[in-house]
Ligand binder design. Structure first.
Ligand code: PGA
Length: 254
């Protein structure tokens, strides 16, 4: 990831089903990234595909993981450590995605994982976001508590390796029309940086915030222009090579 560049992170989730499909999707994403040199583009495939791509990245596109363990080494069956991820070339780890939180990952685990990856020199992309919104804006209090708890174990000196993804649960995996509006994203991004400033002081106010939740070529421009964000975490649209190329081109040209 390069400083000052907008950042597009592709979260493939548990897709695609075969190494051959993954390779072809990766090469298409790399072509899109090569046409969008004003952006930093990161692909987060399922773990087994990461090492397939280590040598294909070529400095055009970076590798990210969808999770990481909070420990390096030891009796943790099924886990993958920050040390292993670093060794195969991972530069960003998504931490605390809502789909993992839904499977029992607590704020405390999220904060341990974030601290573990930044200690290894990997950027932690920490996901936060409310489940639902209410007219009174009470969800902001929930969001504040989630952010505070999700960073409770993170040391201030690693703050430059922290990025926050604002991913309201109600907007994930839908049509772009159901995504958060640029105004709502802007309000949330300002709020998140304020909470980060409360926790970490002035440096917290500089934290980069991405938006994720049904981002596609149709809403990318308005969100980037008016959302006060540094880029996107893109789910299902990152599995469609044409849509992803279009999206990166829009972000690049802005
Ligand atoms: P979506 O997913 O783009 O499919 O809404 C985003 C995410 O969950 O990271």
């Amino acid at each position: 990831m390069k400083k000052g560049k907008k950042l597009i992170v592709a979260n493939w989730k548990m897709n695609p089903g075969t190494a051959a499909e993954a390779r072809s999707l990766f090469l298409a994403s790399r072509r899109a990234a090569a046409e969008a040199r004003r952006l930093s583009v990161v692909v987060c495939p399922p773990f087994p595909f990461l090492s397939l791509f280590s040598r294909l990245a070529n400095g055009v596109i970076s590798l990210g993981s969808q999770d990481a363990c909070w420990r390096n080494g030891g009796p943790y069956t099924g886990e993958v450590s920050p040390e292993i991820l670093k060794d195969i070339g991972v530069t960003i780890s998504i931490i605390g995605h809502s789909e993992r939180r839904a499977r029992g990952e607590t704020d405390d685990i999220v904060s341990r994982k974030a601290q573990a990856v930044v200690r290894e020199g990997i950027t932690a992309l920490v996901c936060v976001g409310e489940r639902t919104r209410d007219e009174n804006g009470d969800f902001f209090a929930t969001l504040r508590e989630q952010i505070k708890a999700s960073f409770s174990k993170v040391q201030r000196r690693f703050l430059s390796d922290i990025i926050i993804a604002y991913e309201p649960l109600w907007a994930i995996g839908r049509n772009w029309r159901d995504a958060a509006t640029p105004e709502a994203v802007r309000e949330a991004a300002i709020f998140i940086r304020k909470v980060m400033a409360d926790i970490f002081g002035d440096a917290g106010a500089q934290a980069l915030v991405l938006y994720g939740g049904s981002v596609g070529p149709e809403n990318a421009q308005a969100l980037l222009r008016d959302g006060d964000i540094a880029g996107f975490l893109v789910g299902h649209e990152s599995l469609e090579p044409d849509a992803f190329a279009w999206l990166t081109q829009i972000a690049n040209d802005l």
